[in-house]
Design a protein around this ligand. Sequence first.
Ligand code: TEU
Length: 530
Amino acid sequence: MQQQSLWWRDGVIYQIYPRSFNDTTASGIGDLNGITEKLSYLADLGVDALWLSPINPSPDVDFGYDVADYRGIDPKFGTMKDFDRLVKQANRAGIQIVLDLVLNHTSDQHPWFLASRSARDNPLRDYYLWRDPAPGGGPPNNWQAVFGGPGWEWDEATGQYYYHMFYKEQPDLNWRNPKVRQEMLDVFRFWLDQGVRGFRLDVFNVYFKDKRFRDNPFALGGIRPFDLQRHLYDFNQPELVGVLQDIRNVLDGYDAAYAIGETFLSTPEKAAEYAGPDRLHACFNFEVTKARYHPQALMRRILAWQEALGEKWPNYVFNNHDVIRSATRYGQGEDDQRLKVMAALLLTLRGTPFLYYGEEIGMRDIKVRRKDILDPIGKRYWPIYPGRDGCRAPMQWDASPQSGFTTGEPWLPLHPGYPARNVEQQSSDPSSLLAFYRQLIALRRAQPALIQGDFAPVAISKRSVMAYRRAHADDAFLILLNFSSVSQSLSLPAGRSFTPALSSHPRPADQPLTGALQMSGNEALILREG
Ligand code: TEU
């Protein structure tokens, strides 16, 4: 029997990077009214919730991930009234709002930090991680910042170091301080009372650091000093679970409230460990984003994720504001065939699908010249790593100047291909990627088997074709994804007949299929059994 529908389990969650979605004030930066204006587009697409990257007041050293007031709306995005209107209108369209809470660190301009750094005996000193220099001088231990340099910043005025896992303008909070915990639980309540129903928790698994501030051991890793350590003492501390439980208790006091954590440097096992009925509803596992366009590489990661989760509900994400877009990773030139295969995969797996704005039209990353880089890690690590501006370019709405995103000067350049690749153009083309996303989401919404159905890989004679079955009650679907650019002939499971429910390629519908099947190159085919 089908369980009662639950938005975050059965729905599709769409991430918006508010700066880049839709600007209604000609500031060059997207805003809340811009999102409200596009609600009918989002409802037509069929999404159930919008995760907004941070909208709190921020000096924007890390574009919103450095928060100066957890209860406010940054004026560049609008007002609390605008937010309220967005929530109400979204809810009316059956869309929930998910906020991004960045609770590991604040901005160095947050009043708490200003107070904390003002004097050693300030009552808020212990809201952050202040330490004396090491006995011989220098930083208290060997912890490194993710974005480069040591994790410790010297404060001349008070003669101590403070710890920051990210930029020095993002001091880490002291989650061992009960007042900090209380403040944060109140932040959840505050937004829940405003009608928010979900939260994405930024780097939640680093809230706690080792009580004794021990050095991390050396490890072989990437290029950054941060990657040359085993993060034994600055990640995944045992105290974390208690806080997740506290957060969950607050959420459980509200109807259908939800939290998904960003498991930083995750393994599937770690991400699974922090999700469950007495902790977060879900955690992200980014392993799948690291796979090539290859059926076995992807399936291996999908199965590992399912295995780690056991009974817990999965989620899948191919894109976010930190990674190169899947269209850039998998697309070939301007061709979108592979992206249709990936879309079919994302929307027919068993688990909550997350989309990132522009994914539905196959937006590619922009190339940013060195002098135009805005993301500070890009400035620091160019050319080895150009930063994250590439995946954050303005949404491509139409072919008009600045793509209809703004009438001002956009904060990041538009992709030069926007006149040909945009929402308006793809809306009028039934064979577009956008049209395919709409069909997929509509099919998924209508078919409990594609939402709650069991998942089982199906052995198929062709290695380049991924095949799996979703079954629920009397309904079953066979999903066939041809990852090769050449056509494939294969045999359908014996003794059963199938009807095409949706294909990325033209195919006569309503014609029962049995036995041999011919698939086009890069075809995504969803067959209904019986
Ligand atoms: O991300 C964690 C994070 O730092 C990585 O995903 C990062 O982008 C990658 O390691 C590149 O080096 C979260 C947010 O998603 C990110 O946007 C913030 O910058 C970061 O936390 C700090 O809040």
